[in-house]
Every structure is written in C-alpha cells, then in structure tokens.
Design a protein around this ligand. Structure first.
Ligand SMILES: C[S@@+](CC[C@H](N)C(=O)[O-])C[C@H]1O[C@@H](n2cnc3c(N)ncnc32)[C@H](O)[C@@H]1O
Length: 302
C-alpha cells in the first residue's frame, strides 16, 4: 500500500524529526536514509528542499507511521535497517528483521577473499560451498552469485533466521542454488564429509561480558545467538576450526570472520591443528585483523 503525502507536511515533519535526531545524537544521514528508502524522494530532494510544493509524494508509510518509526529509532535505539526492513550489502538488497544480524560491510570482504583464494585452484569454484551461521543469507547468496557453477549449503541454528535467508534467496533468484539446513554447525550436513570446496563462516565471536556492553542498537535489537561467542568469544571459532577439515576436500578453502584481537589465538589454533596450510590472518579496510584464511591440506600417512 502506498500513501500520497503533502510535500509541505512532509517538510515540516522532516524539520522537527531532524531536531529530534540531533538532540538524541543519532547520525542525521539515517533520517535521510529512512526517507529515501520509504518515499520517492532522493538525496538531492532532501538537500535542496525542493519538494514542498509537490502534493503527491509517494510513500510506503503515512506521516504518522514515519513518526512512529522514527520514535523507535530515537527512543528505543532500533537500528534503521530494521525499521526499513531492508539493508544493502554488496550488490544486494536483503530483507532484515530482528531475527537476523544486519550484515556488516566488512563481511563483504569474505566474498572477495573466496574469489582470490580460488585463483590458485579454479576447480574449487564449481564444487560445494558451505556458509555456517547464514543469518540473513548474505554470504550464501553472494557465494552463489560469485561462483555460478557452485552449489551452496547454508546452515543456521535459528529457524527464524533461516526463514529470512530463504526468503532473500528466493527474492534474489538464488533459491534453487542454495540448500538450507536447520541445526548446529556441521550436525545437519554430517553425511557430507570431505565434500566441500570451501567453508565460510561469520560465527558469534564476542565474549559474553563484552556483549552486555555493546551499544543499545546491537544488544537490545540484534539476536544474541548471532553475537555471543561464550566466555572468551572463541567457543564457536574453536569448534569450526576443529571440525572443518573433516568436511573440506584437499586444498579446500576455509574462511573465518573474527573479532579484532583474536588473530593471534586463531592463527596458533589453526597451526596447531596441523590440517591447515597457507594460514593467513587478514585485515579489513580499517586495518583491523578480522579474518582467518587457510587451505585444507590432507595429511599423507606414510
Ligand atoms: C554473526 S551472525 C552472521 C550472520 C551472517 N552470516 C552475516 O554474516 O551477516 C552468526 C550466525 O550464526 C548463527 N549461529 C549461532 N550459533 C550457531 C550454531 N551453533 N549453529 C549454526 N548457526 C549458529 C546465528 O543464528 C547467526 O545467524
């Protein structure tokens, strides 16, 4: 359903919403983002204030609904992406609800790394790939897009998240390319040992005590199951590093997202495992250590 809003009334609302935004220390661009996503106004309209004489501004929300949404942002600190119901990630628009983590820009780099790591072994691009903890389905969908010959497997312990991931895959035309599984890490795909060309995961990795101190947008709205990695934040990372070699083919790629500060531990844990080779701790665009990259090397038993 669409509403036709008076430009003058919308302008007046925007002016008072701006004040509310500034007083509450919310970035102003988020208010613009809300309007750009929910009405037919664009950035230039908002900058030039040239829509006041237009009495037919198309909007997905009434003025009252816009105010209610913005109250949720300002008073309840709800992330703007949940208010809009969508977020942009790589070249996709993904549905997001509080059942899924809002995919972060730095996670986009995982897909570039997958592409780079398969340059050496191009046959890996046509095999099976696994996204563990798929959430909104962001990584699984981007892998399906990047590797058109591959079949993608996506696992999540949250049934509600999996439903959103499936909806996103369907809406973006990748539903037939991704197989979805409900369960904990490798459990639902246990019969696919030695089967994957690549395993990718952005698991929960924040220490439980740190989770409690996160900004209200995160701790009060994003799913705890997507964040909390146990006492030291490394519970799931350890589990994935220990088990992934059983599921990778020889030379298969392993890519893990982690928190800055976990690189030393993760590197040593991968080395000590002895099933990985070419281990690299990689940085994001802010120069923080955020990813572990490795190949699986089968041990030759003499
Ligand atoms: C940090 S979020 C990542 C979501 C998405 N892949 C992304 O990058 O935006 C971690 C995801 O792991 C899922 N998860 C947590 N524990 C899990 C488990 N034991 N087995 C499978 N998935 C799990 C959560 O439900 C959540 O969707």
């Amino acid at each position: 359903m669409f509403f036709s809003l008076s430009g003058q009334k919308l302008f007046n609302w925007y002016q008072q919403a701006k004040q509310q935004t500034i007083i509450n220390n919310i970035p102003l661009f988020e208010l613009d983002y809300l309007l750009i996503e929910l009405t037919n106004l664009n950035n230039l309209n908002l900058r030039l204030n040239n829509y006041q004489n237009n009495d037919q501004i198309i909007s997905k929300k009434s003025l009252e609904e816009l105010q209610n949404l913005w109250d949720l942002r300002v008073k309840k600190r709800c992330p703007v992406q949940y208010l809009i119901g969508e977020c942009h990630w790589r070249n996709f628009t993904l549905k997001v609800t509080p059942d899924v983590l809002i995919p972060r820009p730095e996670t986009e780099l995982i897909i570039d790394r997958a592409l780079q790591l398969t340059e050496q072994y191009p046959y890996l691009r046509s095999g099976k790939w696994l996204d563990l903890g798929t959430g909104s389905g962001a990584i699984a969908i981007a892998l399906a897009d990047t590797f058109p010959e591959a079949v993608i497997y996506a696992v999540d312990k949250s049934e509600k998240a999996l439903k959103i991931a499936q909806e996103n895959a369907f809406n973006l035309g990748f539903f037939k390319r991704i197989k979805f599984f409900h369960g904990s890490w490798f459990n639902p795909i246990n019969e696919l040992k030695n089967g994957f060309s690549g395993i990718v995961s952005n698991p929960p990795y924040i220490p439980s005590q740190v989770v409690l101190q996160l900004q209200p947008e995160v701790i009060n709205h994003e799913p705890r199951i997507a964040l909390d990695g146990g006492d030291d934040g490394l519970n799931d990372i350890r589990h994935l590093i220990i088990n992934a070699p059983n599921f990778l083919i020889n030379n298969g790629v392993f890519i893990l997202e982690m928190m800055d500060g976990q690189g030393d531990f993760v590197e040593k844990f991968l080395i000590n495992n002895t099933n990985y080779t070419n281990i690299k701790i990689d940085r994001d665009l802010a120069n923080l250590e955020r990813f572990a990259l490795a190949y699986h090397r089968k041990k030759v038993i003499a």
